[in-house]
Ligand binder design. Sequence first.
Ligand SMILES: Cc1cc2nc3c(=O)[nH]c(=O)nc-3n(C[C@H](O)[C@H](O)[C@H](O)COP(=O)(O)OP(=O)(O)OC[C@H]3O[C@@H](n4cnc5c(N)ncnc54)[C@H](O)[C@@H]3O)c2cc1C
Length: 506
Amino acid sequence: MAATKRITADVVVIGAGIVGTAIARELSKYELSVVLVEKEADVAFGTTKANTALVHAGYDADPGTLKAKLNVAGNALYPKITQELGVLYKNTGSLVVALDEDQMLHIHELKIRGEKNGVPRLEVIPAERLLELEPHVNPDAVGALWAPTGGITCPWELAIAYTENAVLNGARVLLSSPVIGIDVHEGRVTTVHCPNISIDARFVVNAAGVWADDIERMAGRDDFEVTPRRGEYYLFDKRASRIVARPLFPVPTPFSKGIVVAPTVDGNLLAGPNSVLTGRKDDYATTAPGLAEVLEGARKLIPDLPVREAITNFAGLRAVAEPGGDFIIGVSPGLSNFINAAGIQSPGLTAAPAIAEMVRDILSDVGLELMEKPDFDPIRKRPLRFTELTREEQARMVAEDPKWGHIICRCETVTEAEIVAALHSPVPCTTVDGVKFRTRAGAGRCQGGFCGPRVVAIIARELGIPVEKVTKKGGKSRIVMGPSKEPLLECSCSVEGMEKEVGDDV
Ligand SMILES: Cc1cc2nc3c(=O)[nH]c(=O)nc-3n(C[C@H](O)[C@H](O)[C@H](O)COP(=O)(O)OP(=O)(O)OC[C@H]3O[C@@H](n4cnc5c(N)ncnc54)[C@H](O)[C@@H]3O)c2cc1C
């Protein structure tokens, strides 16, 4: 058996979701050794990969809660953060739609609540204005809450970008490294153990999502319990996206913001989530009753929902923490150098940039010296995407490297060059899902039916491993079970002479 390696760190951040990656990037601004530890094969493989991807305005949470405060603060940071990190973000605004006069009362309450939370420019609008903004909305709607600061982004792209920027600024990332034990001595955490590596740490941040209570228990504390609440979704083809221009919410329930119909920042349409208590932290199943509930809810907002354009379903898990139900962010009682960033359910994606700043300040309060790095570079360049280049740029790239003219994913027009770049990026991916999250190969209408084998072959070639070793998302999720008679990379289409219309449905 290989000997366990031992390293040291000023700060170990456990969990590479949007929260852990935002914290790692924030800490990489300072003269610190930071290690981000993730049990999965890639970043953003937990709740961060499966949510509604909305940058909430902040009218929903109860005033005075961390959720309310950090939502509004996080929302305000999005334009700058996404620009620095080269991540897609659109300030679309959002609407909460009232379908009767009772719901209209709730809309007025939401406006008051939002104003208490500090949400700017909230407005109650009449049905006529709502219909002007969203012509496909339920004609029975009587009015809406208009929140101009709402927006949409891509959660995994942001988590990847945070991590890449952290790494370029000196942080270290350990993937496929589950934390399996934590040593404590005289009220301080001393060492974090993974199967092949142990990290002697001065400070530890617990950002382990639905598993955060298990991590705290490893350190001998039992201060909160995380109960996963599943939300299921429909994702629709880009052809359906024109049906709404901005996220539409129903009037919320005590458990969730309700079933939303929203455009995605990549041009798809999304409907969901429902809200189902589940006893398991790995229960990402979609169910027939759950999906029926999603459709029923979505049709209340958009009666002509183009269901035939659905391309996939998925589910995400909310990390509901009790007691309190609020975010749990602070020093773990009795462990002076162990900070929880737990119970980060919605609006955690929106709040993440502000959570990172809050955790930084807590670390400073408990003794971490924050000396700014003179050479910190806040910029992470957006990876080149063929579809985002002009025709001239495309032609130049193809002339420089024929891999730019080799379309692997026809639905999303992703080239071999983009996939190769993703496999050699600052946080290189090693799985089919990792390639999908970085390039969108396999995220289109056929969901990888066409490009899947070709992506597998490119991963195998670039990583120098047999195709049988390539996985969908790490662990045992193998795709090819034995040697293939046919080479997997043949019969893909080229953009010879650029005659193919880019973006055409093939
Ligand atoms: C259905 C749904 C819809 C949502 N919609 C929105 C929205 O529109 N807008 C919004 O702002 N928020 C939304 N949210 C909330 C948002 O998605 C979450 O708050 C956010 O993704 C949580 O990020 P996280 O980093 O805390 O957790 P995660 O993304 O789950 O990351 C935690 C990481 O810890 C890792 N980990 C766990 N145990 C270990 C271990 N032992 N060792 C090492 N690593 C470990 C996990 O593998 C995981 O990668 C939604 C959530 C859900 C479920």
